[in-house]
Design a protein around this ligand. Structure first.
Ligand SMILES: Cc1ncc(C[n+]2csc(CCOP(=O)(O)OP(=O)(O)O)c2C)c(N)n1
Ligand SMILES: [Mg+2]
Length: 567
């Protein structure tokens, strides 16, 4: 006798009916609010996914497991909701190792439902392996479903860990457990019922007073906003704090644009800083980093802030551990609440508000830094290619302010990073954590499928594009609203520029690329190539007039060198 499962108003799932563990697990996922899953099917998850689909979830069939995880990660990054993907056992799981490590480094909340071989027997052990060892070596948290009786605890624990750490969690479910019967009368309470609501956390007043003292001593303070300080009220509080302390403003790459239009904004800190921004950051004597972990990228491999005192405002007391940074003071608390106390303690001691805002610096900041950057390499470029800096600027002008930019790493990734302008309504997602290439297009698909209303623009090098080109098919099938821009120098540009002095090596780094427009068309995606000025703009407008994905194959010059990498 089968009864329908019941979802209570709090999302709790209960069932008195007979069902398999796979089916009950689908109830549990639905109770967690999972309505989107990026998946590639096999023995290990084919008993589960149809049940979840019957409960209303959208299952996106993806072409490679690693990219299913990249999409779930992209989904998390724009929604803040746990991203979910699903892979089969053995070879399905081993495909995801790179994106698992990336999700760990990004602190992304993702749950990966992975099948595992039956504990006894099953295809003579064909796909058996030590999945725990593999997951843990790849940076994932391993959460097994141990027994039907522990399903509720195990699933809840997976979602809870993903959310609070945040981190990628592999929910590992042996096939024989999936097919077993659930004990009658089971119930599921979702992970958010474990987290009791608590008010905003503010740092202790003594710690705040120490920071007031450091601000008082400073001549050239900079307030740096990171991913944890992007909500508009925190941004407003930071701008006010900067006004009253004479500080300049800067952001990490993910927070690029949150201070757009503020005359004291020096832009992004790190390798993608403008020349002026870099100099101002090098000369700063105090950095107040709010919701920013001062990573390798932000400090440009520790080359920035060497002479500055460092104050951290971060909710996470562990924010510094991973990135080896010292802190002269640390305020552990929510940005908005802590800034409120800081502003109160600063009180009337606000007279010296000029500090880093000398007339000379304010005048320099008024100029578009990209103009000076263009002069750095005023070089003749090859016929039928475009300057990647001007390409980014041309695309920038044609794009609406409110869009999401997903950029690659490698040599060409710096051009969108430096030459697209930040806007308050524009979000930047960088995809090269763990130094891995081949992520941007797939991350962008997860972003677009989560966020149908805003155009997503994905920048990917030609070499990286060939690592996830099959996902153009996924973008086409689901009509993802993405402008793919291939930064095509027909080379592993990073290596090419490094090896320039060695003719053999230089040749080895050159790889002729396919006609990406023809490839896109074969997948059902419209596109055009860019070999001259103006063609990018036409392509963007065609994309904006359409409804689905569009691809630009931009043949970029090899003569324009990324100063962040080789300057
Ligand atoms: C997964 C992975 N494989 C290889 C590398 C080494 N690598 C770094 S940059 C690069 C070149 C990538 O070429 P492309 O995407 O065309 O970007 P470009 O450097 O030309 O801008 C390679 C192969 C890497 N970082 N990650
Ligand atoms: Mg290339």
């Amino acid at each position: 006798m089968r009864e329908l499962s019941v979802k209570t108003p709090r999302g709790r799932a209960d069932s008195a009916r007979e069902c398999s563990v796979a089916e009950a697990m689908a109830d549990a996922f639905a109770a967690e609010g999972v309505d989107t899953v990026f998946a590639l099917m096999g023995d290990g998850n084919m008993h589960f996914l149809p049940h979840l689909r019957r409960r209303g979830a959208q299952i996106y069939n993806v072409r490679h497991e690693n990219m299913a995880l990249a999409m779930a990660d992209g989904y998390y990054r724009v929604t803040g909701r746990v991203g979910v993907c699903s892979v089969t056992c053995g070879p399905g799981l081993t495909q995801i190792s790179t994106c698992l490590m990336i999700a760990r480094r990004r602190h992304s909340a993702v749950v990966i439902m992975a099948g595992d071989s039956a504990r006894v027997g099953g295809y003579g052990g064909l796909q058996e392996m030590d999945q725990r060892a593999f997951v843990e070596a790849s940076g994932g948290i391993f959460q097994p479903v141990r027994l039907p009786e522990t399903l509720d605890q195990d699933v809840r624990s997976a979602f809870h860990s993903a959310r609070v750490l945040p981190a990628p969690v592999v929910l590992n479910v042996p096939i024989d457990i999936q097919l077993a019967h659930m004990p009658s009368g089971w119930s599921y309470a979702p992970s958010d019922t474990l987290i009791s609501a608590c008010g905003p956390l503010s740092a202790p007043v003594d710690d705040v007073d120490r920071v007031v003292e450091l601000i008082e001593l400073s001549e050239r303070p900079v307030i740096l906003a990171g991913r944890g300080a992007m909500d508009p009220s925190t941004v407003a509080a930071l701008e006010e704090l900067a006004d009253t302390t004479g500080a300049l403003l800067a952001t990490t790459l993910p927070a690029k644009g949150v201070f757009a239009g503020n005359p004291f904004d020096l832009g992004v800190a790190g390798g993608y800083a403008s020349t002026l921004g870099f100099r101002l950051l090098e000369n700063a004597d105090l950095i107040v980093a709010v919701g920013a972990s001062l990573s390798y990228y932000t400090t440009h491999g520790d080359r920035l802030f060497a002479n500055a005192r460092i104050v951290h405002v971060n909710r996470d007391a562990n924010a510094l551990v991973a990135d080896r940074r010292r802190a002269d003071a640390m305020l552990i608390g929510d940005a908005a609440a802590t800034l409120g106390v800081l502003s109160e303690r600063l009180g009337s001691r606000r007279a010296r508000a000029v500090r880093y805002r000398t007339p000379e610096i304010v005048e320099q900041l008024a100029h578009d830094p990209r103009v000076a950057e263009l002069e750095l390499f005023d070089t003749e470029i090859e016929a039928d290619t475009v300057d990647p800096r001007r390409l980014a600027m041309e695309i920038d002008e044609a794009l609406p302010d409110a869009c999401v930019i997903v950029s690659c790493g490698a040599h060409s990734g710096s051009f969108p990073g430096r030459f697209l302008t930040g806007k308050r309504s524009r979000q930047f997602i960088h995809s090269s954590e763990f130094g891995a290439i081949g992520q941007a297009m797939s991350t962008a698909i997860g972003v677009a499928l989560a966020h149908g209303d805003r155009l997503v623009v994905a920048f990917e090098g030609d070499g990286a594009a060939m690592m996830n080109i099959q996902e153009l098919d996924t973008a086409a099938r689901y009509g993802a609203r993405i402008l793919f821009v291939i930064l095509n120098d027909e080379a592993f540009g990073t290596e090419l520029h490094r090896l320039r002095a060695d003719p053999d090596a230089y040749e080895l780094a050159q790889i002729a690329s396919p006609d990406f427009v023809a490839v896109a068309r074969a997948f059902g995606i419209d596109g055009s190539s860019v070999r001259r000025r103006g063609e990018a703009r036409t392509g963007v407008l065609r994309c904006l007039n359409g409804t689905g994905p569009y691809l630009l194959d931009a043949r970029i010059s090899r003569r324009v060198v990324n100063v962040a990498m080789f300057g």
